[in-house]
Write a protein that binds this ligand. Structure first.
Ligand code: ASP
Length: 319
């Protein structure tokens, strides 16, 4: 009788605990972060906190993780402080080409867009691709035509204009003989969330890398590289030198090591980021597991990040 009672108590506490845990973690890119003035740092921290707390409110009210990550990323895309949506970096022909992806770990629903230049919020378009087409990834003109039909807000490309980032690509072009040998990798944005129903979602949005070749697509819209969400295991959003994150399938790899090697989220995610550093792949990632644990490893000097869970207060950090 006593054993039975203990078992019932154990099962109830596991159920209640897993049902109650929820949280959100966001990033605003990994990189050197050395030239940031105090004013810019405080603007970044304020925007990250706004993004986290708006998404947290959705989760607290019983909303879904996919709504939470879409909201968090939209707020960051609307800010010129980050390399996503407004304020995206420029390619070598001085065009802003944006990539984004979103994934819901409940049914592995995934959508992505690449090389779009007139879509105000690429993350919203990625979600439409996931929910309203039979496809996962749409690119360029086709993605923009779909956006118009799907009622997604279209803007003139001048909406994304950012003087300092334009000067940066012009300077880089003067100084380097090969494209993207020396590039700026700061400012991609992403979010991962666990909701009260145990669903995990992830989202990533970027302008890519400064001075990239026209048409270059990085890891951010590649499911399994820049974004991954898998209920019961983990959710990940990556940032950094995208070519490495594609070749090492970083986002998915975090969950694979947890699933098959029984590693903790922290061990799995930090070992991958350390391994990337050894081969020259700079960057970081944010991740959440099915219990609401968070991990934010990076091998660069800084990574803009913030989080809040039912157990952990709102925070924002850069270094
Ligand atoms: N991963 C992005 C890309 O390669 C850039 C970044 O995260 O900063 O396009």
């Amino acid at each position: 009788m006593r054993t039975r009672l203990l078992i019932v108590f154990f099962l109830m506490s596991t159920f209640l605990n897993s049902e109650e845990n929820f949280g959100i973690v966001v990033h605003g890119g990994a990189g050197v972060m050395s030239g940031l003035s105090e004013e810019t740092r405080s603007q970044i921290n304020a925007k990250i906190k706004e993004s986290v707390s708006e998404a947290f409110l959705i989760l607290e009210n019983g909303g879904s993780s996919i709504d939470a990550v879409e909201k968090a990323v939209t707020i960051l895309e609307d800010s010129p402080l980050f390399n996503a949506g407004r304020g995206s970096v420029y390619s070598s022909d001085e065009v802003q080409e944006m990539d984004a992806s979103i994934m819901d770990g409940k049914k592995r629903l995934a959508g992505a867009v690449a090389s779009v230049s007139i879509v105000k919020n690429p993350i919203k378009l990625a979600r439409k691709v996931a929910e309203e087409t039979d496809h996962v990834l749409l690119v360029g003109d086709g993605a923009e035509a779909f956006a118009k039909n799907a009622g997604i807000e279209i803007v003139d490309s001048s909406y994304f204009y950012h003087e300092e980032r334009l000067q940066r690509v012009r300077n880089l072009k003067k100084n380097v003989s090969k494209f993207y040998k020396k590039s700026d990798k700061i400012g991609t944005v992403g979010a991962v969330a666990l909701d009260k129903m145990g669903n995990i979602s992830a989202a990533t949005s970027t302008g890519g890398m400064t001075n990239k070749l026209p048409g270059r697509v990085g890891d951010s819209p590649i499911i399994g590289s820049g974004t991954w969400a898998q209920n019961g295991v983990c959710g990940v959003s990556s940032t950094g030198h995208g070519e490495y994150f594609i070749k090492y399938q970083v986002a998915r790899e975090v969950c694979i090591r947890m699933e098959y090697l029984n590693q903790s989220l922290s061990k799995s995610s930090s070992s991958i980021i350390n391994e990337l550093a050894d081969i020259g792949g700079s960057g970081g990632l944010i991740a959440i597991d099915s219990k609401g644990n968070i991990s934010t490893p990076f091998n660069t000097k800084g990574m803009i990040r913030g989080s809040q869970t039912n157990k952990k207060e709102l925070s924002s950090e850069i270094y």
